[in-house]
Ligand binder design. Structure first.
Ligand code: SF4
Ligand code: SF4
Length: 426
């Protein structure tokens, strides 16, 4: 079924429901959500006519936290104004990280300060997550100092969820200091729940280990229509190319069964900048279709996406409330896959990892390429590439033979990594 704002208006009109009645009904439904609901109802009622508002709230696994189905991704967030705008649209879930800067990772102003500025006086009406890349060698004192610095920037004395960020190796999950830290921070009331986020190599191994050892309350993981063999199966015979990605869905199911909250990120399959309007229909955009695809997974509680402007945020918020893909949604996603999969490195895949004798972290390099070429965010890509160290640029003087044919999806690794180095070095 199509899901454009016009369709929703039409549905309401057919049912004889005017805007005033709709808002009254929203208010009654929202009241069941406690303090969040009361605050949400007030915001929904004051939103300008025609403005999108959050339409669905979910309970995040066994945490019991109630959050908006679409949450605020803050990587690349340029100001507190956008945070306020999303709050006014009914959003209650805000995700950030100590490494996010307004001009890339670690560059510019801390994005956490924008969140703190916008939400410090609404603390009981929102759920805030922040993240820190805790390395295998980090001790609990260091991790605690990172959390406390985040709390100061966020202008709060606790975060609802604290995640070990971008976990890409089991050693980082096995660090006993992390768990000492978590116990202490929970006892002191500085965090309520903990978990991991991931989008790099060994993602599946790390999630599986975390679930099997009951290490997490919440996981934040890459997930998009390009990760699902069943989606491809509709129009390609090359099922074997994508079969390894089925693991993500299985792991989400396992997490869901254990009561672990599941939040999806990187929902846009690289979000290649291009005009898909010829394939978009009934007012539904590619971005909304991609969000709806993720939110239709019964094992996904919510999705976050980077809110980089008020217009972009409104467009994403229009995807709130619907689970299920319409025919026009499927068409635009299929078009995207057919035309933009050839240079897309799948999050969580690490099949080529052992191919490079020089130890180039291929998946991590190609993720920086995605930030630069697809997201159009050069500062973010440059800071991420710098963090990978000098060895990431070894491709510039390599024949490319060792990694030839190493990609399970047919990507021309050396051409892409060289192009990335040329773009981001210096
Ligand atoms: S081009 Fe050479 S250095 Fe770069 S990933 Fe391939 S094998 Fe490694
Ligand atoms: S380059 Fe290919 S094989 Fe390597 S991580 Fe990316 S998608 Fe997987």
């Amino acid at each position: 079924m199509a899901d454009s704002p016009k369709d929703r208006e039409a549905d309401r009109d057919r049912a004889g429901i005017d805007r005033r009645t709709f808002l009254q009904q929203s208010s009654r439904a929202a009241l069941g959500l406690g303090a969040f609901g009361v605050a949400y109802a007030a915001r929904a009622a004051s939103a300008p006519a025609g403005a999108p508002t959050i339409q669905r709230f979910v309970t995040l696994g066994k945490t019991g936290l109630v959050i908006s189905d679409i949450g605020f991704g803050s990587s690349g967030c340029p100001s507190a104004d956008i945070v306020r705008h999303c709050y006014d649209r009914g959003m209650t879930y805000f995700d950030t990280a100590e490494m996010y800067g307004s001009e890339g990772w670690g560059d510019g102003e801390f994005v956490e300060t924008f969140i703190g500025e916008a939400l410090h006086d609404k603390r009981d009406k929102v759920v805030i997550t922040t993240k820190y890349v805790a390395e295998a060698k980090d001790d609990r004192k260091l991790i605690m100092s990172k959390l406390e610095a985040s709390l100061r920037r966020l202008r709060t004395d606790y975060v609802d969820i604290f995640l070990n960020h971008a976990v890409n190796h089991l050693d980082r999950l096995k660090n006993p200091e992390w768990f000492e830290f978590v116990d202490r921070a929970k006892q002191q009331g500085k965090i309520r729940f903990s978990g991991m986020s991931g989008h790099g190599g060994q993602l599946q191994e790390c999630i599986e280990y975390a679930l099997d050892h009951d290490l997490v309350d919440v996981i934040l993981s890459s997930h998009n229509f390009g990760s699902d063999p069943k989606f491809y199966e509709r129009f390609t015979k090359k099922f074997d190319w994508v079969a390894n990605q089925a693991g993500i869905r299985r792991l989400f199911e396992k997490a869901h069964q254990k009561g672990v909250g599941v939040i999806a990120m990187k929902t846009q399959m690289g979000a290649k900048l291009n005009d898909l309007s010829a394939y978009e229909a009934e007012g539904a955009t590619f971005q909304q279709a991609a969000l709806r695809w993720v939110l239709s997974d019964p094992n996904v509680d919510a999705a976050i996406i980077s809110m980089t402007s008020k217009e972009v945020a409104d467009s994403y918020i229009r995807a709130s409330g619907k689970r299920g893909l319409g025919a026009s949604d499927a068409r635009v996603l299929e078009h995207y896959v057919r035309n933009h999969a050839a240079d897309y490195c799948r999050p969580g895949c690490s099949r080529c990892e052992s191919a490079c004798p020089l130890g180039v972290p291929i998946a991590d390099v190609l993720r920086q390429r995605m930030y630069a070429k697809r997201y159009g965010n050069l500062p973010l890509a440059r800071s991420g590439y710098r963090a990978l160290g000098e060895s990431a640029s070894a491709c510039l003087s390599c024949s490319g033979k060792p990694c030839e044919n190493a990609c399970a999806y047919g990507l021309d690794i050396s051409a892409l990594t060289r192009e990335t180095a040329a773009l981001l070095v210096g």
